[in-house]
Design a protein around this ligand. Structure first.
Ligand SMILES: Nc1nc2c(c(=O)[nH]1)N[C@H]1C(S)=C(S)[C@@H](COP(=O)(O)OP(=O)(O)OC[C@H]3O[C@@H](n4cnc5c(=O)[nH]c(N)nc54)[C@H](O)[C@@H]3O)O[C@H]1N2
Ligand SMILES: Nc1nc2c(c(=O)[nH]1)N[C@H]1C(S)=C(S)[C@@H](COP(=O)(O)OP(=O)(O)OC[C@H]3O[C@@H](n4cnc5c(=O)[nH]c(N)nc54)[C@H](O)[C@@H]3O)O[C@H]1N2
Ligand SMILES: [Mo]
Length: 766
């Protein structure tokens, strides 16, 4: 299978490479953000818009899920937040004329970058069966079409309702309610590809699948370990928090196969020293781990801690944990240092230095993101991190805990609202009581299983609340073929993307408001009433978000209104849910959320306070662990790590500085020294030379699988780069063609996008 770059793409991918940088942000970041913003929305709108990001009376940044500090600067400046805002607040428009000028086949031949650059969607558009072009359609007709196809299904389980993590709490709550009243738990979401491994690992060990620290804990920690995360690009505001922690004496260890500029040194744009001076060195110790070597590393640290006199928090272990003896036995038996060093690629001296810092710290936090969650053995890896924290009682007290750093700005909130294919029985009981219907109890499909069901003709309607499913998911060719088998594909979207042009027999694009836009509904008394929505950040803080800009077009509906109107059309008078009332007044949705979901009592009152409120978290708040054993569980999984056969490399797929997942803002990856191109593969100079590949040579990436199959992504420029030996890196989504559907993490079923065995092969002539 060959993942060819689109043929008629007018964007020339011609990478230019210079040395990677050693510091992040500073003036170049501001200049870059302003340039992209002004291209998209002009000077005046840029200034007005960026001042409203993450302010108590403004909108929640549609970028990442990092929390807001209590008193944000006038502009909590973040280059990539600014780019996310500009992408949404752009003045460019994709109108019915655009679709008249471009056939679906033409659009399917363009790059994702080109599609995204065309601007905001303005009208509901319909692709009839057998048609070449999308045509404008009324909202009523659009809902009828969805209704026709949904009611024609043999079973509600033939429909799939996907969510990407920007959807507000209110819209997410209605969406899952609609899917369940319709009769299915098929609610896959981007979390399935993201922090599902964290959720699985944490639920079993501490009883709740969310992080246990608040922002203020970072400032109280003695030691923060940042593993498998690139905050300089993906959570830039986290650098401000790390800088503040450092100022109070916190030490930082980063664990990463790549030396990421943002973790090396931070030039805070809010301070004169950051703008003009050298900035702050953040990392005290850099551990250049091999891909997938983290479980072995934490296991080694754990057995050293076990063997250190007085290092354990014995009271905590006795009172609050379960399974210590078995874990200690297993960890002590894992004493093959050669294997530890092979798995981690580190030296014994580096591990000893780490241990000294660990023992010197009374309060330790571990932060992580996709570098830990997207491996076959991600769940046991994260559980080893939990073991590590439990040994010294580093959970449920100030300055200590687990900190999975979430991706999409409301991905955590969407889960809290019930966007989950495996809902807890207590949640379904509460829905049943509140809304008087019997929700389906069988588990639904996650992302990978949904693709299989579409591929096998078992799912026939695919409905997406945001996101870009075909580009975000693995095995691009298989997934695209699966999508084409659907009867109907529907996308509620702000921007054009590839998922709109790889369609089922019929397709709909339903344009919606973004976070930055004013949401006015006709209120209960018939007068226009401005609405706000709520979101939950990575640390379980819930707060309001109010858009201020005029909507991208008069036709746009809010996500909440779309779900409410669709639900009424599909469920008819048989549904006793007051959909119309919900669409008129979002406060009435919040009242219902307050009845159904623990922690949201008195929701409307509490969210009115500036800064919002924190959701309860039993391990954090009272050291109580709602697990099967009633204690925090040690786990004793065997250590695993990925290996590549002779001559092969391990490839991770990651984000450049100029992208938001499948949305490409530009073709540069400034901190890594890459300009004007995305088809690059970062390889250690020695690994490249062994293969006779000079910097600047071109190669195909060929992935190899145990079933003997191969997948090819052609035409990547080799970049000699200081990554860990044996490990390569290239950007997603271009590399998703390389990952088979079945290559997923155990238990969480997350595509293992960070450990792909590849060989580098001269481009094939064809
Ligand atoms: N600007 C911007 N912001 C974003 C996003 C975006 O695309 N653009 N995406 C959002 C989303 S949805 C998410 S989930 C987050 C993603 O945030 P990140 O997880 O930071 O994103 P990735 O680019 O996948 O980077 C993975 C990091 O882990 C390292 N890594 C890879 N494999 C391993 C490993 O085996 N061990 C260790 N220790 N490290 C490893 C990589 O070198 C890299 O530094 O960011 C969110 N924020
Ligand atoms: N190989 C590989 N694959 C990966 C990853 C990886 O690291 N490597 N990372 C995975 C991760 S962590 C994630 S989270 C997924 C991301 O998967 P998705 O969440 O599905 O993808 P995005 O690219 O974030 O979605 C972008 C689209 O969302 C729409 N959109 C933007 N804002 C809004 C809004 O406010 N409302 C609505 N309705 N639509 C909106 C726009 O139309 C835009 O085109 O990708 C996963 N895939
Ligand atoms: Mo994510």
């Amino acid at each position: 299978m060959a993942g060819k770059p689109p043929a008629s793409d007018p964007v020339q991918d011609a990478p230019q490479v210079s040395a990677p940088q050693h510091a992040a942000v500073g003036l170049p970041a501001i200049a870059h953000a302003l340039r992209i913003s002004q291209q998209q929305m002009g000077v005046r709108r840029t200034a007005l818009t960026l001042l409203r990001v993450n302010q108590p009376d403004g909108f929640d940044c549609p970028g990442c899920a990092w929390p807001e500090p209590d008193k944000p600067h006038t502009a909590e400046f973040c280059e990539n937040g600014a780019k996310a805002v500009a992408e949404e607040a752009t003045l460019r428009r994709v109108t019915p004329d655009f679709f008249a000028a471009h056939s679906v086949a033409d659009l399917a031949d363009r790059s994702g970058y080109w599609l995204g650059q065309q601007g905001r969607l303005t009208h509901p558009m319909y692709l009839a069966e057998g048609a070449d072009h999308y045509e404008p359609v009324s909202w009523e007709r659009a809902f009828d079409i969805v209704g026709e196809e949904l009611t024609a299904l043999d079973s509600p389980d033939e429909a799939v309702f996907y969510t990407s993590g920007r959807t507000s709490n209110e819209a997410a709550f209605l969406y899952q309610l609609f899917a369940r009243e319709f009769g299915t738990n098929n609610l896959p979401d981007c979390s399935n590809m993201c922090h599902e491994s964290s959720g699985s690992a944490l639920t079993e060990t501490i009883g709740i699948g969310k992080g246990s620290v608040l922002l203020e804990d970072l400032y109280k920690a003695d030691l923060i370990i940042v593993a498998g995360q690139n905050p300089g690009t993906n959570h830039p505001r986290m650098l401000t928090a790390l800088e503040q922690a450092k100022a109070g004496g916190t030490k930082i260890i980063s664990i990463n196969p790549l030396p990421e500029a943002g973790l090396e040194r931070f030039k805070n744009p809010q301070t004169p020293r950051g703008l003009a001076g050298g900035g702050t060195a953040l990392t005290d110790l850099f551990l250049q781990v091999r891909l997938g070597g983290d479980q072995a590393l934490f296991r080694a640290l754990n057995r050293l801690v076990l063997d250190t006199e007085g290092a354990l928090d014995e009271d905590f272990i006795r009172e609050h944990t379960h399974g210590f003896e078995e874990f200690a036995r297993t960890a002590r038996a894992d004493d093959d240092w050669d294997e530890t060093l092979r798995a981690t690629g580190l030296t014994r001296a580096e591990i000893d230095r780490t241990l000294a810092m660990v023992l010197a710290s009374k309060r330790t936090i571990v932060c992580w993101a996709m570098g830990l969650t997207q491996h076959k053995h991600s769940v046991p890896t994260i559980q080893e991190v939990v073991n590590f924290l439990l040994l010294r009682g580093n959970i449920g007290r100030p300055g200590a805990g687990v900190c999975p750093v979430r991706g999409h700005s409301n991905v955590q909130g969407d889960r809290t609202m019930g966007i989950f294919e495996r809902p807890a029985p207590a949640f379904l009981d509460a829905l049943e009581k509140e809304f008087g219907f019997a929700p389906p109890r069988e588990h639904g499909l996650d992302v990978v299983r949904a693709i299989r069901a579409l591929r096998d003709g078992q799912a026939k309607v695919f409905f997406a609340m945001g996101g870009n499913f075909v580009s975000a998911t693995p095995d691009t060719d298989v997934t695209e073929a699966a999508m084409r088998r659907a009867r109907l594909t529907v996308h509620v979207s702000t921007k054009l993307n590839r998922s709109h042009v790889i369609t089922g027999a019929r397709a709909l694009i339903l344009p919606t408001l973004g976070r930055t836009e004013r949401d006015v509904q006709t209120g209960p008394d018939g007068a226009p009433a401005e609405q706000f929505v709520t979101v939950e950040d990575s640390m379980g803080m819930v707060h309001a978000s109010r858009g201020r800009l005029a909507p991208a077009g008069p036709q746009l509906l809010s996500e909440t209104a779309i779900v409410a109107r669709l639900a009424r059309r599909v469920l008819g008078a048989g549904s006793r849910t007051p959909w119309e009332e919900f669409a008129r007044d979002y406060a009435t949705i919040r009242d219902r959320i307050a009845h159904v979901i623990p922690g949201f009592e008195d929701f409307n009152t509490r969210v009115a306070r500036p800064g919002g409120f924190a959701l309860p978290h039993a391990p954090r708040d009272k050291r109580s662990f709602p697990t099967a054993t009633g204690k925090a569980n040690f786990t004793a999984a065997p250590v695993e790590y990925p290996t590549a056969p002779e001559g092969r490399l391990l490839l991770q797929t990651l984000r450049s500085h100029d992208q938001y997942n499948t949305t490409v803002y530009g073709l540069d990856d400034r901190y890594r020294g890459i300009k004007n191109g995305r088809r690059v593969v970062l390889v250690h100079p020695d690994d490249a030379r062994e293969r006779g590949l000079a910097d600047g040579a071109y190669t195909d990436l060929v992935s190899e699988w145990t079933d003997g199959s191969e997948r090819r992504a052609p035409g990547f420029r080799v970049v000699h780069y200081p990554t860990a030996r044996g490990c390569a890196a290239a950007y997603y989504p271009e590399t998703n063609v390389l990952i088979p559907l079945d290559h997923t993490a155990d238990t969480s079923n997350t595509p293992a996008a960070k450990s792909i065995v590849i060989r580098l092969e001269s481009p094939r002539e064809d």
